[in-house]
Design a protein around this ligand. Structure first.
Ligand SMILES: [Zn+2]
Length: 352
């Protein structure tokens, strides 16, 4: 008996999933072996840096990298097992049936199903977040987050995702159900608009909910960094300092905003680094900006989103996919497509 279409779908999915997991975990494993090798040969510090970094610091730094790599390895394996469990335990169709038996349909079914699923997954990953902050980061002296602050951040994040995510999910369902066969294109345009709004809202409204931002005080550092920005032709909305030391001793700098961004320095960077070192960090960030890394990454992620939405629009009307994962039939956006999936899959209809 030849394999059925759903069996082929499962086989294809599992092959791709195993390939992805093997590559990701394999790369981490290679990195761990490389670090261990450097340690046994005592070659942790590259020759040009030997005069600047002592053995103790270098040992600590490679211990930290190793601990993070081991953590990523275990976390990745856990995530992979979790994904397979959720997909093949019959949990998803069972839960969807449960919701429809309790009177949920259409957009409410769509939203509640996705919200509960992502809440369960977030909860399943919570111990890893805790371990990373309070075991790894603490052991190496980087963590400054209290338990109260950590859970407060999670709670704020949860409320924020609900406030932004719920209306967004209803909008997604609205496009799928009402915008006709090219809903994916309309949804894409809508999501681009949402991203533009978020580019403004993140520095203006969201980031200040978690941290305090103040202008970099006048002085040598400010003068040096402003000169650097001017000399490199880097137009910006000014220099800010964020109270990152409330959570961690790591130091960093970043930009927010697409055109004329704000430059944000961690207070840890301002405190710990000399003016030259801070200028070097900013120069590195300006380099990213001048080489258009930020814009390129954005264009790439939008292109990826467009391809994913198109693929989704074709896949969610393809019964074998649903049968493969235990659903009776394509469920959430039945309205315009029930008998059209074959037509939709023929290449002639793949244009707009
Ligand atoms: Zn960089």
């Amino acid at each position: 008996m030849p394999p059925t279409m759903p069996t082929l779908v499962i086989a294809l999915f599992l092959s791709l999933f195993v390939l992805q997991t093997t590559v990701e975990e394999g790369l981490i494993l290679l990195n761990i072996r490389r670090l261990r090798h450097l340690r046994t040969t005592g070659a942790e510090v590259p020759a040009p840096l030997r005069h600047h970094i002592d053995a103790e610091t270098s040992r600590k730094s490679s211990d930290y990298t190793l601990a993070n790599a081991r953590f990523a390895l275990v976390h990745g394996a856990y995530g992979a097992v979790l994904t397979l469990l959720v997909l093949f335990s019959g949990l998803l169709p069972g839960f969807a049936n449960y919701l429809s038996r309790h009177g949920l349909a259409g957009s409410h079914l769509f939203v509640v199903f996705l919200v509960v699923l992502s809440a369960v997954l977030a909860l399943a990953h919570l111990p890893f977040g805790l371990y990373h902050t309070f075991a790894i980061e603490s052991r190496f002296g980087f963590n400054r987050t209290t338990w109260r602050l950590w859970f407060g951040d999670r709670l704020k994040g949860l409320l924020l995702s609900a406030a932004i995510g719920l209306p967004l999910l209803y909008a997604v369902h609205g496009f799928m159900a009402l915008a006709g066969p090219s809903w994916w294109l309309w949804l894409f345009a809508f999501l681009v608009a949402v991203q533009v709004v978020m580019l403004w809202a993140f520095p203006a409204l969201i980031a200040p909910m978690f941290n305090k931002f103040v202008s970099l005080p006048d002085g040598d550092l400010k003068q040096r960094l402003e000169t650097l920005a001017r000399d490199t032709g880097f137009r910006n909305r000014g220099l800010f300092v964020v109270d990152a030391s409330r959570r961690s001793r790591h130091s960093n700098a970043y930009f927010t905003g697409l055109f004329r961004p704000r430059i944000v320095l961690f207070d840890t960077l301002v405190e710990k680094m000399s003016t030259d070192e801070a200028a070097a960090v900013l120069a590195h960030e300006i380099g990213h900006y001048q080489a258009h890394h930020i814009h390129k990454r954005m264009v790439l992620s939008l292109a990826g989103m467009l391809v994913a939405l198109f693929a989704l629009s074709r896949l969610i009307i393809w019964p074998p996919l649903f049968q493969a994962f235990g659903f009776a039939r394509p469920s959430s956006t039945r309205r315009w497509r029930s008998s059209r999936w074959e037509a939709a899959l023929s290449p002639s209809s793949w244009s707009l």
